[in-house]
Ligand binder design. Sequence first.
Ligand SMILES: O=c1ccn([C@@H]2O[C@H](COP(=O)(O)O)[C@@H](O)[C@H]2O)c(=O)[nH]1
Length: 300
Amino acid sequence: MNNFADLLIKEVLKKESSVVVGLDPNPDYFPLCLLDKGQSDIKTITDSILAFNKMIIDVIHPHVLAVKPQLAYYEVYGSYGIYALEQTICYAKSKGLLVINDAKRGDIGPTAIAYAKAFLGDSPLSGDAVTVNPYLGRDGITPFLQERIDRTKGIFVLLKTSNPSASDLQDLQLKSGEKMYQRLAETLDHLAKDTMGHYGYSNLGVVVGATYPQDASYIRSFLKHSLFLVPGYGAQGGKAEDLSCYFDENGMGALISSTRAIIYSYMQHHEDWTNIDKNKIQESIEISTLQAKEEINAIR
Ligand SMILES: O=c1ccn([C@@H]2O[C@H](COP(=O)(O)O)[C@@H](O)[C@H]2O)c(=O)[nH]1
């Protein structure tokens, strides 16, 4: 039976794409055709968020593997936001996209089990994968990988994040001489071996920022069985030409994620973006998605 990584790699081959698009809806950046700025009740805002996400999904689904909703952008609207997220997940799946919930969860064992059920079980919030915070250690991670979890679901553990302060903790030098993220990579390598698929990749993937290619090169040579989820390409300054080392020798193993540079590309393309219509929004989003796909295909 296929594991999560097998399903994902099959999609890479079918769509000839390693691109993931983040869904981080911020109504401050919505044109008037989506949201009249005078309208500030939560239901109107979350309805426009759902409409925006559907608009994006309609144009990107042939070109990308997955969407990556960032939970904070939905949680900020309470139950209305969660409903918009559930509907977004459902719509993305109906268009054949994988869903990676960027929730960065992690807790003591029993609570991690509840998180695993919420994001990888039968819940309406369940996608195909979820991001996991490893700060609690192994027992905060393993519940996401156990038998009770479907083999077709995966996780991406934060290993080397894309932000400027990532080094504060992740690069701390241990007594052994290793950096903290290198030690974490060893632990994850052991855990990854329990859920291997046909293509040699495990259900345990890692987050490695596009802004740290040197570290990525070390991690790729060390963690051979983990898919990389790579945020930081585009708006955070990560460049396609630095990303070859994130892929394996077959051009597989990395999913390059871009959010603002794609979903708000109309702000770059149109000076008067507040007054553009739905067609113009979608046209910009499709152009920038195809550009990302081509840039990444050229280096992988
Ligand atoms: O290391 C990390 C982990 C997660 N993120 C998230 O990815 C997107 C990035 O958005 P861009 O607009 O492409 O910069 C966002 O949701 C972050 O929370 C990350 O950036 N880095």
